[in-house]
Design a protein around this ligand. Structure first.
Ligand SMILES: [Zn+2]
Length: 111
C-alpha cells in the first residue's frame, strides 16, 4: 500500500502481527473511527476492520494507543498525518514562535 512506507514498516515491532490480531479481536473487528455525520452527530464508523490504527502516531504500540480501523478511515487519517494537517500545524508553530521573537526584539525599544 502506498502510504505504508518502508520507514514505517521498520518501526513496527517484531510481534506486530500478534498485537494487530489482538486489537482487531478486542474491538470486535469493527472500525473504531468516529466521524461527525451530516447532522453534526459523532458516529462510529463500525465497518469491518482489517487494519490497526495508531491513535497517536509514533512508536507507541500499547493496546491503549491502538484501535481497529477499516482501510478507508485508516487511509484517510494516514494521508492527513503526513500531509496538509501536519504541514499546517508546523507552520502555525513557526508563526507563533516567530511573533514571540519579534515582540521580544521590539521590547527594549518600547521601554
Ligand atoms: Zn472506518
Amino acid at each position: 500500500m502506498a502510504w505504508e512506507t518502508s520507514d514505517r514498516r521498520q518501526r513496527l515491532p517484531r510481534n506486530w502481527a500478534e498485537i494487530r490480531a489482538r486489537v482487531l479481536k478486542r474491538d470486535g473487528y469493527a472500525c473504531q473511527f468516529v466521524w461527525r455525520n451530516e447532522r453534526g452527530r459523532m458516529e462510529k464508523c463500525g465497518k469491518p476492520a482489517t487494519e490497526v490504527d495508531h491513535i497517536n502516531p509514533g512508536d507507541d504500540h500499547s493496546p491503549d494507543n491502538l484501535r481497529a480501523a477499516c482501510s478507508a478511515c485508516h487511509a484517510f487519517k494516514s494521508s492527513h498525518e503526513g500531509g496538509t494537517a501536519a504541514r499546517q500545524a508546523a507552520a502555525r508553530v513557526r508563526r507563533e514562535v516567530g511573533s514571540r521573537f519579534q515582540r521580544t526584539e521590539q521590547h527594549p525599544g518600547l521601554l
